[in-house]
Design a protein around this ligand. Structure first.
Ligand code: 13P
Length: 324
């Protein structure tokens, strides 16, 4: 069942975080639905602009609608990841997406507010939730590349003004993570104080709580990187991500959506590199595809345990039926 991210936030806020997983093809989609069904977790499917041009947007919609039929117990939101104004409007008008992210964080503060407000007005009129970004994460994600020296944490005072003026449903805040596989040099750390300060500023102003979204949340497991490199990869072994044991403490402070993409790509890379290293005479993509779908499902289920969303499906179902 497709619901809005706001429907899911109502149940999750300050209790657990929802996994927001990027998909590009049928293998990822199948593994994602299987993993969330197996762990009884609500979830958010993320579709980026890159995914929409890799697999045609209609192809992705058909795959997801079919997965929904195959896994009838699933409850999830369909979310545009890092949209611009045009792609947000395309998704809102499609009637398929239940949530969009407008990312105007590279614009001036005022322009970010203006653009976000326009998207919020159009999305809310169509019953679609909106995530907006303030502050800049470092790292590389598709066509977005931010130098670490230009990355900056979200300012809580600005965050309050931004939320008040835009009416966004969730705020993607820069709290120390970055996109991709190379997140931290030396000690890794999330800026929990920024999450607390934003939540306090919003509460002091008498506003309803605004869920915080953490982008760049992959953990980049060392053993995964080592296995990829042992099978012919050349990833920098200093690759490093977010400590999985920080997901739940962050969730208790108000981080309600946690974005994970890179870790899933690492699973794909490891499975395929090892398969073809060990079976160099093979050229059928289905055997490694089958292994990937199973491993990706297990990976998703294990992340949902860390996020606290595992086992929360019934609670979400009850909240949805109470709201009708
Ligand atoms: P990772 O690169 O850490 O997986 O982050 C993904 C993300 O934030 C998608 O918006």
């Amino acid at each position: 069942m497709i619901v809005t991210t706001s429907d899911l936030y109502k149940v999750a806020y300050k209790k657990f975080a929802l996994g927001a997983y990027n998909i590009n093809n049928l293998e990822q989609t199948n593994g994602l639905f299987a993993g969330c069904t197996q762990s009884k977790a609500p979830f958010i499917i993320q579709i980026s602009k890159g995914a929409r041009s890799y697999a045609h947007k209609k192809m992705l919609e058909a795959i997801i609608r079919t997965a929904e039929e195959i896994y009838p117990d699933s409850i999830f939101a369909v979310h545009l990841d890092h949209g611009d104004e045009a792609s947000c409007y395309d998704c809102i008008d499609s009637g398929f997406y239940s949530s969009v992210m407008i990312d105007a964080s590279h614009e001036s503060f005022e322009e970010n507010i203006n653009i976000t407000k326009r998207v919020v007005d159009r999305a809310h009129a169509a019953g679609v939730s909106v995530e907006a970004e303030l502050g800049q994460l470092g790292g590389v994600e598709e066509d977005i590349k931010v130098d670490e020296k230009n990355a900056c944490l979200t300012n809580p005072v600005e965050a309050l003004e931004f939320i008040q003026k835009t009416g966004c449903d969730a705020l993607a805040a820069a709290i120390g993570t970055s996109h991709g596989a190379y997140k931290f040099k030396g000690q890794q750390s999330l800026h929990f104080e920024v999450i607390e300060q934003i939540a306090k500023a919003v509460a002091d102003a008498g506003l309803p709580p605004t869920p915080i979204v953490m982008h760049g949340s992959s953990s980049v497991p060392k053993e995964e990187v080592a296995r990829i490199n042992a099978a012919g990869g050349k990833l920098d072994p200093s690759a490093c991500g977010v400590n999985l044991d920080e997901y739940l403490p962050a969730a208790k402070l108000g981080v309600t959506k946690i974005n994970i993409d890179t870790d899933g790509r690492l699973v794909w890379t490891r499975v395929h590199r090892e398969f073809f290293r060990d079976k160099p005479d093979q050229f059928d993509f289905r055997p490694p595809g089958k292994i990937f779908m199973k491993e990706y499902a297990d990976f998703i289920a294990s992340r949902n345990e860390k996020l606290g969303s595992a086992g929360k499906l019934d609670e979400v179902r009850e909240s949805l039926s109470a709201a009708v």
